[in-house]
Design a protein around this ligand. Structure first.
Ligand code: SAM
Length: 288
């Protein structure tokens, strides 16, 4: 039987050498190797000991998973789920993988909704329900609606809600298009994590993103990546109640431009906020 530490050393070396992966964090390969080995052995990562003997079947499973990861496949697809603010969401091809970096957007929404009674939250471009379901899980009495252009994403969002026993409604539609009209002027918080990559930047993305996320989840085909931000900011005033918030996640290099767009559409108290463990994204906020 192989030792865990030898399998991990091989996996780290394999992942570090992979041109398909974005090596943005120094210990990322170690973290992912441990996570995959724990998954293959059906134990918790914290229970993994480098001196452990790994049964042959688990070792083979681990080696096959590392080979998939080295080709760029996200760990979440290999395992079939993603952890997001303490809930487990289904991860499957065709639907954007929930990222840790989006947890800050959910946190910002939850913080604002907790202070409001019988609040309404709308998560635009919800994907598999990532932010909508975190909000439903962490607040009480909030009516949560998630909407996305992709019927496949909405189907996964509904499956996630059912599995988690969370109350949230999911509708298919272009931006605000699928929402019931009677919500106009009544929404407390609108969240949006849009596809914000400029269309010419798409080809510069690492394989692990470009080959595994559908293009419509990455770019809205605008040159600056802010096409959907512009549309959302233009329409948000109609849907928000006075004092209601629009919260949009973008990359740090786009935060200033996104804030300008949001201001231009008449929202006030507009600013860019940073948080979360790695501070790799920004949440630009503005209120009606
Ligand atoms: C970056 S993903 C974010 C998904 C999810 N909010 C998350 O954070 O995990 C962008 C999402 O926007 C959706 N989308 C793209 N264009 C859209 C549009 N015009 N209206 C609504 N959703 C759209 C995509 O289907 C995708 O699910």
């Amino acid at each position: 039987m192989a030792k865990a530490k030898d399998l991990l050393a091989w996996a780290v070396k394999t992942l570090k050498a992979s041109p398909a992966l974005d090596h943005w964090q120094s210990d990322r390969e170690e973290i992912e190797s441990e996570e995959l080995l724990a998954f293959a052995m059906e134990v918790e990562v914290d229970d993994l000991d480098p001196g452990d003997e790994v049964p042959a079947r688990a070792a083979r499973r681990f080696q096959a998973m590392v080979a998939r990861r080295a080709k760029g496949e996200p760990v979440q697809f290999i395992e079939g789920y993603a952890e997001f603010r303490g809930i487990q969401l289904i991860a499957k091809p065709g639907v954007f993988v929930p990222r840790d970096s989006t947890e800050f957007l959910a946190e910002q929404a939850v913080r604002r909704l907790r202070r409001r009674r019988r609040a309404i939250a709308v998560d635009l471009a919800t994907g598999g329900g990532t932010v909508a379901l975190a909000v439903a899980n962490e607040t009480r009495g909030v009516k949560v609606i998630g909407t996305d252009l992709s019927a496949r994403a909405i189907s996964v969002a509904r499956q996630n809600a059912a599995r988690l026993g969370l109350r949230a409604t999911f509708v298919t539609g272009d931006l605000f298009g699928g929402l019931p009209r009677d919500l106009r002027g009544k929404v407390d918080v609108i969240t949006l994590h849009p596809p914000y990559v400029g269309r010419r930047e798409l080809r510069e993305l690492p394989d692990e993103i470009r080959r595994f996320e559908p293009a419509h989840t990455l770019t809205d085909n605008s040159v600056d990546g802010l096409g959907l931000v512009d549309r959302a900011a233009a329409e948000a005033g109609e849907w928000l109640k006075p004092g209601g918030w629009l919260l949009i996640e973008v990359s740090p290099d786009r935060a200033r431009a996104a804030a300008t767009v949001i201001r231009r559409h008449g929202l006030r108290d507009v600013r860019s906020t940073a948080g979360g463990e790695f501070k790799v994204t920004r949440v630009v906020v503005g209120r009606r």
